[in-house]
Design a protein around this ligand. Structure first.
Ligand SMILES: *Cc1c(COP(=O)(O)O)cnc(C)c1O
Length: 223
């Protein structure tokens, strides 16, 4: 068995039922993605539109591609035919563009709203208060081609475990609040995407349903 297959099996063994693995294949060639696919992996994450769009047609079409990186509105059109879920909705303007482009090709697309909970200002996403305010004034309404499935977040890149746990807990609390307030009868609002190679265990402890793992599956990236 290949290393990649081993790594996936090892992760799957530790993930509780109901938590799905997103294999983050950015910077890794299609041959490597195929290896993971052959090991049974079906959900893959990419952080650049160009790369996702280049890889998708070369690989089996039952792969679910998740866009996990910052998305510019002018790239939504080329992404739309290939993507199963856009995890990185970080503005109302982007959500509106996704709605428009999904409608244009007559499809519905799953999305997550990205929350900014990390210390780094460079990371994108809605501030908690900003997202609650937008929801309260119905800014996310009238998007029939978009299915809001939940929240996505990245923790601060730090060794301080308590800090990371605090951030994951904030995401979980915000998810619960939004669910109760705005999606009480919507069974599809059920996903929390958080946790990467170094912190997915902590994310699972705080309620993640999707973990995004790259280097722990594929090894270091070649930039
Ligand atoms: C690269 C990336 C990951 C995976 O990172 P690893 O540390 O390699 O597991 C997860 N989420 C996002 C948004 C990423 O860009």
């Amino acid at each position: 068995m290949s290393n990649i297959a081993d790594n996936i099996e090892h992760l799957e063994r530790q993930l509780p039922e109901g938590v799905k693995l997103v294999a983050v294949s950015k910077y890794h060639p299609v041959e490597v993605v195929q290896e993971a696919y052959d090991a049974g992996q079906r959900i893959f994450g990419e952080n650049k539109v160009q790369e996702l769009v280049a890889k998708a047609p070369q690989l089996p079409n039952d792969i679910q591609w998740h866009m996990i990186g910052h998305l510019q509105t002018n790239k939504v059109r080329m992404l739309m035919p290939h993507v199963a879920m856009i995890q990185s909705i970080d503005s109302i303007k982007l959500l509106r563009t996704v709605e428009k482009e999904a409608a244009r090709i007559d499809r519905t697309v799953d999305v997550l709203l990205q929350l900014h909970v990390a210390r780094e200002e460079t990371k994108s996403g809605f501030a908690v208060g900003e997202l609650l305010a937008a929801l309260a004034v119905n800014e996310l309404d009238n998007c029939p081609h978009v299915r809001v499935r939940g929240l996505m977040a990245m923790a601060t890149n730090t060794d301080d475990q308590q800090q990371i746990e605090k951030e994951f807990q904030l995401v979980a609390d915000t998810f619960r609040l939004i669910k109760e307030e705005f999606y009480p009868d919507d069974a599809a609002f059920d996903q929390i995407s958080m946790g990467m190679s170094d912190d997915w265990q902590l994310a699972v402890k705080h309620g993640a349903t999707l973990v995004r793992v790259g280097s722990a599956i594929f090894g270091p990236r070649q930039y």
